[in-house]
Design a protein. Structure first.
Length: 86
């Protein structure tokens, strides 16, 4: 997956637009060679522990969603910078 594809996956997740298994596939079945994408994935795996949701209220708290939004923004900037160089 590229930076843009990961950003799209994260965005679909927080907007409840992803497929039934997209999130599970992303956090458990996808292997990245890019260190930053590995970092993002590892953070997403543990985000619900770091920012627990209220019972029955989603994957993580609103603060956790803000963390995801920050990664989406960073990933889109990296994708744009890579495109500009290439």
């Amino acid at each position: 997956m590229t930076h843009t594809e990961v950003a799209d996956t994260l965005e679909a997740f927080i907007n409840d637009q992803g497929g039934q298994w997209d999130w599970d596939d992303y956090i458990s079945a996808t292997i990245f060679s890019d260190p930053y994408l590995q970092e993002v994935q590892a953070r997403m795996v543990h985000l619900s522990d770091e920012f627990p949701a209220e019972k029955g209220r989603g994957y993580c708290s609103p603060e956790g969603i803000d963390v995801i939004r920050g990664y989406i923004e960073d990933l889109r900037k990296l994708a744009a910078a890579t495109k500009a160089l290439g």
